[in-house]
Design a protein around this ligand. Structure first.
Ligand code: CA
Length: 194
């Protein structure tokens, strides 16, 4: 479900950002060679992140919400970090994933545990896409994070995995069916199994 009013965002909501740039063009084109739905999708998302907390300010001793949100993401050149939602350059959509409010302290502990871990490379993304397309190669565990891996791991840790197996990262096609992304067919999993 899409949440459109920022005041109604919740910790744990997914942020799905429109694709842009050279890496996106190359990787998205690769995915489109294998996945007709992806190729035909008009508004292609790419980067994924999740809402981690409110941006609060101290106004003469009174703690107030500034109206902006922090999001947790795996970011190129930085790794696992938190960014203000308002700083995303590309348009994004916010989706409700968790049925219940998450425990803010547990989310904070989770973020602190992984903060600063390394970002994955272009090749990490390519590998994930090719694995999605062919389901053939042995899975390679590494200790660097793509933004998709980070989202998957977060959802899994907090009890509502995006996919049933840890070997299935939320490559975008898999994720989009689950969050009812506009323009995306819902039954992607059945299709992928066929
Ligand atoms: Ca990785």
């Amino acid at each position: 479900m899409i949440i459109t009013v920022p005041a109604e965002y919740r910790i744990g909501d997914f942020v799905v950002v429109d694709g842009a740039g050279h890496a996106f063009t190359t990787l998205s084109g690769t995915l489109g060679m294998f996945d007709e739905d992806w190729k035909n999708l008009e508004r292609k998302p790419w980067h994924t992140a999740w809402i981690s907390r409110k941006v609060l300010v101290n106004d003469n001793g009174v703690i107030k919400w500034e109206g902006d949100w922090w999001v947790s993401e795996a970011k190129g050149g930085v790794g696992i970090t938190e960014t203000r939602l308002s700083l995303f350059k590309e348009p994004y959509l916010v989706f409700r994933w968790f049925d219940k409010e998450l425990d803010e302290d547990k989310v904070r502990d989770f973020i602190n545990q992984y903060r600063g871990e390394k970002y994955d490379s272009f090749w990490g993304y390519l590998f994930v896409i090719l694995w999605y397309c062919w389901r053939r190669w042995p899975f390679v565990i590494d200790y660097n994070w793509t933004c998709w891996e980070w989202l998957w791991f977060f959802a899994w840790t907090f009890g509502k995995p995006i996919s049933s197996s840890i070997h299935e990262y939320p490559f975008l096609p898999l994720l989009l069916g689950k969050i009812e992304y506009p323009g995306w067919p819902v039954e992607i999993e059945e299709k992928a199994e066929a």
